[in-house]
Design a protein around this ligand. Structure first.
Ligand code: FE
Length: 173
């Protein structure tokens, strides 16, 4: 059984660099941010690192496809190519762009780490960084709301999965 604890993160990094060089730096930064959040919230540190590192491994193949698709392909690659069989890690990769109802702490951490890793620059990112370490649910709400706003302004298709996540988190407040 290949769980988070027994995987060599350096091996995974090497493999990812070859597999998806374009996403590599962002993935490493997301891994580091995810580790910090895991320590802060008492989540499994190794799983957070692996999920953070591999969260966008499926991105290059899916230009133009929707959010859940690139995440789902990423989760497939994580399993088939990187031999990660841990269900929690795979779900964190799968739901890192849309979220879902009843997210696990690890899923929330990967979702947020991706949006606040140090190279991210957009309006509101500083507020999101602070919120992330204060109330991770609020951070997801803020992030989803601004994504939905972005989509509305540009008349793009609203992502139903993201809307469901947002509704669920707001009802839990
Ligand atoms: Fe990402």
């Amino acid at each position: 059984i290949c769980t988070g604890d027994t995987m060599d993160i350096n091996e995974l990094k090497k493999k990812l660099k070859n597999f998806n060089p374009k996403m590599y730096d962002h993935c490493v930064r997301t891994m580091e941010e995810a580790e910090k959040l895991a320590v802060h919230y008492g989540a499994d540190r190794e799983k957070a690192k692996i999920a953070g590192l591999l969260h966008d491994c499926g991105k290059k193949m899916t230009k133009g496809s929707d959010n859940l698709t690139h995440s789902r392909i990423g989760a497939n690659f994580a399993e088939e190519v990187f031999k990660v069989h841990d269900e929690e890690i795979l779900n964190a990769i799968m739901y890192h762009t849309t979220g879902r109802e009843n997210m696990s702490l690890l899923e929330k951490i990967i979702f947020v780490a991706d949006k606040i890793e140090p190279a991210r620059k957009y309006e509101g990112v500083e507020r999101l960084r602070k919120t992330a370490y204060y109330d991770i649910d609020d951070a997801i709400i803020i992030s989803l709301e601004s994504t939905i706003e972005y989509v509305k302004v540009r008349n793009l298709d609203l992502d139903n999965d993201s809307l469901k996540t947002l509704k669920f988190l707001k009802e839990g407040k």
